[in-house]
Design a protein around this ligand. Structure first.
Ligand code: ZN
Ligand code: ZN
Length: 140
């Protein structure tokens, strides 16, 4: 009998135990959440998507990623296309901003140009990350 009466602990301590239980449940939840987060990426996390060069159609490595304004910014253009740096440089080596704005403001128009076509045919044989200094059209 004596043992039975000795079992209950003082109120304050009991509350303490309850609080501890609550904390432990929360910790378990947290651990479960961490485990979930490790398994599946956070909903806000978007892994970088592989982008395709609008000119040559090859994948664009991040370090070679350039944005080309189809109509040059200086001519009020807003629409951009992702290009390899080498493809981008080639376009600006071939055409002035005015020419780009007036005659080559779409990928189709660019690809219709013979020099662009032969550049694309050549660059397509190179690895995705290939880069070398652009040879100016006038130097040829
Ligand atoms: Zn550009
Ligand atoms: Zn390209």
């Amino acid at each position: 009998m004596n043992g039975v009466f000795m079992l209950p602990r003082p109120r304050g301590k009991l509350n303490g135990v309850k609080r501890l239980c609550k904390t432990r449940r929360t910790l378990d939840q947290t651990r479960r959440e961490i485990a979930m987060a490790k398994r599946a990426p956070e909903p806000w996390y978007h892994p970088p998507q592989e982008e395709i060069c609008a000119l040559c159609g090859r994948a664009v490595p991040l370090v070679e990623r350039d944005l080309h304004h189809l109509v040059p910014k200086s001519q009020g253009g807003k629409q951009t296309a992702v290009l390899h740096r080498i493809c981008h440089r080639q376009l600006h080596a071939l055409f002035s901003e005015k020419e780009l704005a007036q005659h080559y403001s779409t990928v189709e128009e660019l690809l219709a140009h013979e020099a662009v076509r032969s550049f694309v045919d050549w660059v397509r044989t190179k690895p995705d990350g290939f880069y070398q200094r652009t040879r100016r059209a006038r130097a040829r």
